[in-house]
Design a protein around this ligand. Structure first.
Ligand code: IPM
Ligand code: MN
Length: 397
């Protein structure tokens, strides 16, 4: 029996394609922590996703959303998306899972750390080159996760996940535009912006500032020269920034940000942005950190959270045990940090840091890397190697 046990109910949603392979590596990390510490995890695995939909006619078994909502402390999601798997209304099959949880559990912040580890080549020029010194890329982007251009789809997905009638926005007309037209409303609220931006400032307090100058900085990335939603987002940002006088408030437009993040990533510490801009800019961010195989994320709300690699199901690589599990392992790192802070359990926060150190040591040594960062090792080899390092660190304490 573990002494002074802290137990957490973890729901694992492997999903589609490579999501299933990396979910096994995420679970291996949970098992390793459980075997070598006082922290325990009760893991429940639920089949879901587009392929599951094609096979069974449902995105996940009835009651799954409720289990995630009522009987889960944190969720791990592998990936959703299977070629050709669409619902009758054209929406992504599996959307009830990824989008239904984001909206239905009110996970308003999609937190995506972008960090280039020592030993990892970034992906600019498509090659394995190193321009920046290790440590020059170390920022966290917070993407608003319940509103914006995704709002209608998110809302429909959450309704479907809960067996409710699916939301459809009121029809609009557009002067000067005739014939067939499709459109997506982009609501941005003060409340939705405020809670995201506040979390951004709070996360900035836990970081070390920007790599270039150590200044604690939160950057508001929007398109407020053009859209009203972004004007409200920026105005809300300014209000909140004034409550954090020791943190630098920084402003940029999304188009210019795409240049700066590529030219001078070291300027950025914490970034807050709207839903679609965050979706796009974090894929570019992944390039700066060695590719999608390195990109972890947490979808976080006041009551619930789920953690997922950003890479998606990558159908062409599925079934070959070859993708990089580090995005998933680092998503578990974020999960430990979340559970630790939520339960005032400093030891679990420390366990999260040990995962980071295990990943960093593994990459610095550079002996077993997956193909995407220049090696030939398999997904499970990398997962086992990092889990072994973690076990050693947990035992040494
Ligand atoms: C992401 C993905 C999703 C998104 C897709 C799979 C719906 O691209 O998490 O970034 O667009 O949010
Ligand atoms: Mn995306």
């Amino acid at each position: 029996m573990r002494q002074g046990m802290s137990d957490h109910r973890i729901t694992v949603l492997p999903g589609d394609g490579t999501g299933r392979e990396v979910a096994l590596e995420a679970q291996r990390i949970l098992d390793t922590i459980q075997n070598h510490s006082n922290h325990g995890f009760e893991q429940t695995v639920i089949d879901c996703g587009g392929e599951h939909y094609l096979a069974t006619g449902e995105e996940w078994a009835e009651g799954s959303f409720e289990l995630c909502k009522n009987e889960t402390d944190a969720i791990f999601l592998g990936a959703i998306g299977y070629p050709g798997a669409r619902l009758p209304n054209g929406d992504l099959a599996g959307g009830s899972v990824i989008l239904g949880l984001r909206s239905g559990l009110d996970l308003f912040a999609n937190v995506r750390p972008i960090k280039l580890y020592d030993g990892v080549p970034h992906k600019i020029h498509g090659g394995f080159r190193q321009i920046w010194e290790p440590g020059m890329v170390d920022m966290t982007i917070l993407r608003e996760n319940t509103e914006g251009l995704y709002h209608a789809l998110l809302r429909r997905s959450a309704d479907r996940a809960q067996g409710r009638e699916e939301y459809e926005p009121e029809p609009m007309t557009f002067p000067g535009i005739e014939g067939e037209v499709a459109y997506d409303p982009r609501p941005i609220s003060r409340h939705g912006s405020e809670r995201l931006i506040r979390m951004g400032f709070e996360i900035a307090q836990t970081r070390n500032g920007a790599p270039s100058d150590g200044v604690r900085r939160v950057s508001c990335i929007d398109k407020s020269n053009v859209t009203r939603g972004c004007q409200l987002f920026r105005a809300t940002f300014s209000d909140i920034a004034s409550q954090y006088p020791d943190t630098e408030a920084d402003y940029g437009y999304i188009d210019a940000f795409m240049q700066w993040i590529t030219r001078s990533p070291e300027h950025y510490d914490t970034v807050v942005t709207s839903n679609m801009f965050g979706d796009i800019s974090t894929d570019l961010g992944a390039v700066l950190q060695g590719g999608m195989g390195m990109a972890a994320s947490g979808n976080i709300g006041d009551q619930h959270a789920f953690f997922e690699p950003v890479h998606g199901s990558a159908p062409k690589h599925a079934g070959q045990n070859k993708v990089n599990p580090i995005a998933s392992i680092n998503s578990i790192q974020m999960m430990m940090d979340y559970l630790g802070r939520k339960n005032n359990d400093d030891d679990l926060v420390a366990v999260g840091r040990l995962i980071d150190e295990s990943v960093a040591d593994h990459l610095r040594e550079g002996k077993q890397l997956t193909y995407d960062i220049g090696g030939t090792a398999s997904c499970s080899d990398v997962g086992m190697s990092i889990a072994n390092r973690l076990a050693d660190k947990l035992k040494e304490r």
